[in-house]
Design a protein around this ligand. Structure first.
Ligand code: NAP
Length: 242
């Protein structure tokens, strides 16, 4: 789908568009590349030509996850999935077309609306599963910074207003496994489901995801702690998640 920036009055563009079906991208690499790499480059070129500034969003999946510490901006990307590679290619295209763009990498996003492709955000999907059965299995060997989009949006606007350019990691403070993420969500809504730890290898046939998907910034302070993000999200959205 082609959408054009036509107004000369646009000063700042936040490009959140992505082909974000991580497993689907393995079967449809051209589609992922069209949106995440070529499309991102097109947006950057349109911004350059119209004089608009650009904030583009990227992902922790540009890293392979083999490091034993969180990834910082100066670490070399080594994506292991088609999605991760297409997002990395997008970063390069954006910064080549428009070196003054700000490329924000984040991790484990959840927030209002959720993702249509994924059927909602992780807390919403987990709560739906928790309410339909007493026992849940959640992956315990993939780590991430669960980041509330409300916190990310505020920090992204602040970074744009401060004139930041180049690569920037913006994630919640702290890092956990999906299992720990799930336990905290259930604790906050007082659900007592039995949660079993599962391993990534028990889900064969899907895209390779980084086991260590944790980011840290050597340029800025982290956002509020991931536990605070979940609490704020559930408080603001609890009725629709219930
Ligand atoms: N989800 C995460 O955990 C996570 C983690 C790190 C980084 N990110 C990044 O954050 C950004 C937002 O992702 P999200 O996961 O939050 O996804 P999302 O809510 O599903 O948003 C993706 C958006 O992309 C739009 N889109 C898809 N194809 C398009 C096209 N060809 N032209 C125009 N718009 C198109 C979709 O619009 P329609 O609904 O109209 O199709 C949708 O609004 C992405 O850059 C993603 O890589 C996400």
């Amino acid at each position: 789908m082609r959408r054009e920036i036509t107004s000369k009055s646009i000063e700042l563009v936040f490009n959140c568009a992505a082909y974000n079906a991580v497993d689907g991208a393995e079967e449809a690499p051209a589609a992922a590349r069209a949106v995440n790499a070529v499309g991102a480059g097109n947006v950057a070129r349109a911004c350059r030509d119209s004089g608009a500034r650009l904030v583009h969003f990227s992902t922790n999946y540009v890293f392979g996850g083999s490091l034993d510490r969180p990834y910082v901006e100066t670490d070399d990307p080594d994506p292991t999935s088609v999605y991760g590679q297409s997002k990395r290619d997008g970063e390069i295209q954006v910064l080549t077309e428009l070196p003054t763009a700000l490329v924000i990498r984040s991790s484990g996003l959840f927030g209002r609306g959720g993702s249509a492709v994924k059927g909602g955000s992780f807390p919403d999907r987990l709560l739906a599963r928790a309410r339909s059965g007493p026992e849940l299995g959640v992956v315990d060997d993939q780590r991430l910074n669960p980041t509330f989009t409300g916190h990310l949006a505020r920090a992204s606007i602040a970074a744009a207003e401060a004139g930041s350019t180049g690569l920037l990691h913006l994630v919640a403070a702290g890092c956990c496994s999906y299992y720990e993420f799930a336990l905290e969500i259930l604790r906050l809504v007082s659900l007592n489901n039995v949660v079993k730890r599962t391993l990534t290898e028990s889900r064969p046939g899907v895209a390779r995801r980084p086991l260590n998907g944790c980011l840290l910034s050597n340029r800025s302070s982290p956002l509020p702690a991931w536990q605070n993000g979940i609490a704020e999200y559930l408080e603001s959205n609890f009725t629709s998640a219930a």
